[in-house]
Design a binder for this molecule. Structure first.
Ligand SMILES: Nc1ncnc2c1ncn2[C@@H]1O[C@H](COP(=O)(O)OP(=O)(O)O)[C@@H](O)[C@H]1O
Ligand SMILES: [Mg+2]
Length: 395
């Protein structure tokens, strides 16, 4: 792995452009994009707070977070439309300080397509090549090639007004990739599309990205989109990265309760450690019985911690089984292939349980159920945030 300093000098922006960059090891391509200790404020408000991120060649990385957390600002900074107050952007091992957007060789797609309405599909896609002095014959060949890649053969003569939303977005993507940019930057490119089309485009776009091997950074507030498409996800909040990692890792081992809550559904409970050794702990909460967990370094007895359990890690049984928690099914919500059951434990606390729709029919509202999970599905996510519960409540 490269240290940040191997590739990109960490120094003040005003003198960095005079520094030479050490060459990357011959066997190892430099990272496609490097974000090195970047800060940015608007009107004294810190929007990007000391962010660092390395994106490898060919990787698909999503910037995921709620509206206003700084995703677009970071993407526009990589593109060169915004200069950092501190830190650097590097592309293919070169510092981008003082390098204009046009010279960075990036393909950019925004949410609102921004196709030129009076130009045909062919002209929209070919325009970037024309400004790069590519001959007309070569231009037409390349336009054909990318139209084929995005599944729009034969659409050359159409005007944007004669295209559906999904087709417009395919043209925008074709336009972004036609001059073989070294990095593709996508800012919520699918969010204007209806759900079905969006899901289709997610698969198609990821497929295209893999075939071309093009390094891609996607901005999205849609966790499912990030989970489906990405090699890695950077979860952002308030201008900081809360966690950067592979989708499965972030989903299964969220770094904190913000990430756990933002990605998928989650049951949380505050609990006190009542037993602890080198590898496991028992915690007591207002759920009732003790929650057992396996942890690398369990907290000491007496500590109050936040604990989480994914709804789909809980199994339901209509018969009493050993170590199960008795509950009553209170409500059911169908969400695609899953049903979410609200189950009230005997202590009165309601927790969420997910089951696949097949085989869920035996869980009638009002019926008794026994809930089970494995110790390693119970995860300590940090210190407790709520008020202490009354110990007298625990029978
Ligand atoms: N040019 C600007 N001037 C002032 N504030 C800005 C500007 N651009 C973005 N902001 C603010 O920076 C924050 C992050 O914005 P943005 O990067 O667009 O968030 P996101 O894309 O995650 O929704 C927001 O509070 C936004 O209002
Ligand atoms: Mg945005």
């Amino acid at each position: 792995m490269h240290g940040m300093a191997d590739v990109l000098p960490v120094s003040t922006p005003d003198r960095s452009h005079t520094m030479t960059l050490s060459p990357a090891p011959a066997t190892n391509a430099p990272p496609a994009v490097q974000v090195a200790r970047v800060r940015k404020s608007f009107d004294e408000v810190l929007v990007l707070d000391d962010l660092s991120l390395t994106v490898e060649q060919g990787e698909f990385v999503s910037l995921l977070g709620p509206s206003g957390c700084g995703k677009t600002t970071l993407l526009r900074m990589i593109a060169g439309f915004i200069e950092p107050d501190a830190g650097h952007i590097g592309i293919a091992g070169k510092s981008m300080v003082g390098i204009a957007p046009r010279q960075r060789n990036l393909g950019i797609v925004f949410q609102n397509y921004s196709l030129w309405p009076h130009m045909s599909v062919e002209e929209n896609i070919g325009f970037g090549l024309e400004t790069r002095n590519v001959s007309r014959g070569e231009r037409l060949a390349k336009v054909q090639e990318v139209l084929h890649l995005v599944g729009l053969d034969g659409y050359e003569r159409r005007l944007p007004a004669e295209l559906s939303g999904g087709q417009k977005q395919r043209v925008a993507i074709a336009r972004a990739i036609v001059y073989k940019p070294q990095v593709l930057l996508l800012d919520e490119p699918l969010s204007a599309l209806d759900r079905k089309l969006r899901e289709r485009m997610q698969v198609d776009l990821r497929d295209l990205q893999k075939r071309l091997g093009i390094t891609t950074i996607l901005v999205t507030h849609d966790q499912e989109e990030a989970l489906v498409m990405s090699d890695r996800i950077a979860v952002m909040r308030n201008g900081r990265f809360e966690q950067v990692g592979r989708p499965a890792g972030i989903y299964d081992r969220p770094a904190n309760d913000f990430v756990a809550d933002f990605i998928g559904r989650m049951n949380f409970v505050d609990a006190e450690v009542v037993a602890s050794d080198d590898v496991r702990a028992s915690l007591r909460s207002h759920w009732g019985g003790d929650l057992k967990t396996i942890a690398a370094a369990p907290p000491e007895i007496g500590k109050r911690m936040r604990v989480m359990l994914r709804p789909e890690r809980i199994t339901m049984s209509d018969r009493m089984v050993p170590d199960a928690w008795p509950a009553v099914v209170m409500a059911a919500t169908v969400l695609g292939p899953l049903v979410y059951f609200e189950c009230r434990l005997d202590t009165g606390v309601t927790i969420s349980v997910a089951r696949s729709r097949t085989g869920a029919s035996d869980c009638a509202i009002g019926s008794r159920t026994w809930l089970r999970w494995n110790d390693d599905d119970v995860q300590i996510v940090g210190q407790s945030v709520d008020q202490p519960y009354q110990t007298g409540d625990l029978a």
